[in-house]
Design a protein around this ligand. Structure first.
Ligand code: ADP
Ligand code: MG
Length: 427
């Protein structure tokens, strides 16, 4: 148990330094273990044998055992907070809060183990006879803990075995593949100054390279669409732009600044605001608090005006502002995710699949709002699987296929392109 607690702390410290999906998965595995296995295996053997006997023999034991039980009852809430922060982290930079939540849980575990080992077991040693211990030991021996077949080494091996399947397989140590060259079907120059310029961007998850040298440009005031099949790397590209995933090579310029290795919170401060895939609103928090969170890089005095602008755009959010975000429908949660990104006063708005999973009428509503934002002069990079809707409103668009831009041109040009029509418009 203490080994897992130590591992958990170490992972928390690493996640505070920089976000890593594998570390986060490992934390979740350890939480799974605490939730599913300690309850089923570890506690019954103690409850049935050691604690039951102790309760029979000692008056002091009642209070100590009640305290231990209280600890168990407090755990789910602490674990749930860690899980919520892991879920939120990639888009919201909760690394610090996550590390603190893990530390608090670790302190809770330490105190619990101390009470068990130093107080409870000490008391047991005082009052149990050797005959008691023979029976208790037998019960403990017979018990099979999934992580402790053969002591500490066995624990680590098993934990590793549980983690290893989650690691992506090697694809030849990142050898570059030849994806051919980009076809640009537009000859006319694009209007406006470049706001975002990405050159030859590469990134990987573990051994798997996901972006193989992506180059795209978003001009000031443009709405640029990025389309491509599931798994092409669209979300990954947006994450590299907002800085929640590091680039392994290439350059990102925002205006005149090279931001390739600038931290994500600083990018938000500069006006790169991300409405993530899957919305990721905080269900238990009120709608208004969700929105306020989007303004965490803004001066406090701007919050009220930001809120009223968002409420202007989404009256339903004003109406329901005091309710938990989890009570909203999918479409309304998408509005909230959009509103939260707008609270950061974006110079560049990154939208990841805003229409995903929504009914046609709601999709229309979302696209109407995106058009309104565009008309107000906002620069938008829109990722969509709904290629037709995205290309219809895009000034310019890129097609991303397995981590590489294969085609680019104006929205209407791509809409008319045979390859695009076949591959993405189902025609
Ligand atoms: N956290 C992750 N760990 C490992 N591989 C990932 C992770 N996220 C995405 N991938 C892989 O990267 C590729 C691109 O994924 P993604 O950027 O989500 O694509 P899209 O948004 O275009 O559907 C996919 O092959 C996906 O399986
Ligand atoms: Mg995606």
């Amino acid at each position: 148990m203490w080994q897992l607690a130590t591992a958990l702390s170490m992972l928390g410290a690493r996640l505070r330094e920089s976000w890593d999906a594998h570390d986060a998965h490992t934390v979740e595995l350890i939480l799974d273990y605490f939730e599913q296995f300690t309850g089923r295996f570890h506690h019954p053997k103690e409850d049935d044998q050691l604690f039951a006997r102790l309760r029979e023999r000692s008056e002091e034991a009642g209070e100590i055992l009640a305290k231990l039980r209280g600890d168990h009852e407090a755990s789910p809430q602490k674990l749930a907070l860690i899980r919520a922060l892991i879920k939120a982290e990639p888009e919201h930079g909760c690394g610090q809060a996550l590390a603190e939540a893990i530390e608090r849980f670790r302190a809770h575990l330490d105190a619990h183990m101390k009470l068990e080992e130093e107080v409870t077991f000490a008391l047991a040693r005082k009052i149990f006879t050797s005959a008691d211990w023979v029976e208790i030991d037998a019960a403990f021996e017979a018990h099979v803990d999934p992580l402790s077949h053969s002591g500490p080494a066995g624990k680590m091996t098993l934990l590793q075995q549980r983690i290893t399947p989650l690691l992506p397989a090697s694809d030849g140590r990142g050898a570059e593949k030849d994806f051919g060259s980009v076809v640009a079907i537009s000859a006319a120059p694009r209007a406006g100054r470049d706001l975002l310029q990405i050159r030859d961007l590469r990134t990987r998850y573990g051994q798997i390279q996901v972006l193989h040298g992506v180059s795209i440009t978003v001009g000031e005031g443009e709405l640029v669409a990025l389309i491509g099949a599931n798994g092409a790397g669209k979300t990954t590209l947006l994450r590299c732009i907002s800085g929640v995933r590091p680039a392994s090579a290439g350059a990102i310029h925002f205006g005149k600044e090279a931001i390739t290795s600038v931290r994500s919170a600083a990018r938000v401060r500069w006006g790169i605001c991300h409405s993530p895939e899957g919305r990721q609103v905080f269900g238990p928090m009120s709608i208004e608090d969700n929105l306020v969170m989007g303004a965490y890089t803004r001066p406090g005095k701007e919050i009220a005006s930001g809120l009223s602008e968002v409420y202007e755009l989404f009256p339903i959010l004003r109406e329901k502002r005091a309710l938990p975000a989890g009570t909203l429908s999918g479409g309304q949660q998408q509005m909230l995710a959009l509103g939260r990104a707008l609270m950061g006063k974006p110079k560049l708005l990154l939208l990841d699949e805003p229409s995903m999973g929504l009914a046609p009428l709601i999709v229309e509503e979302i696209f109407r709002i995106i058009r309104t934002l565009k008309q107000s002069g906002m620069t938008i990079l829109l990722v969509e699987q709904n290629a037709r809707a995205a290309l219809s409103i895009a000034d310019y668009a890129y097609v991303l296929e397995t981590g590489k831009v294969t085609l680019e041109g104006r929205g209407h040009e791509l809409l008319a392109n045979d390859d695009v029509r076949r591959a993405y418009l189902g025609m």
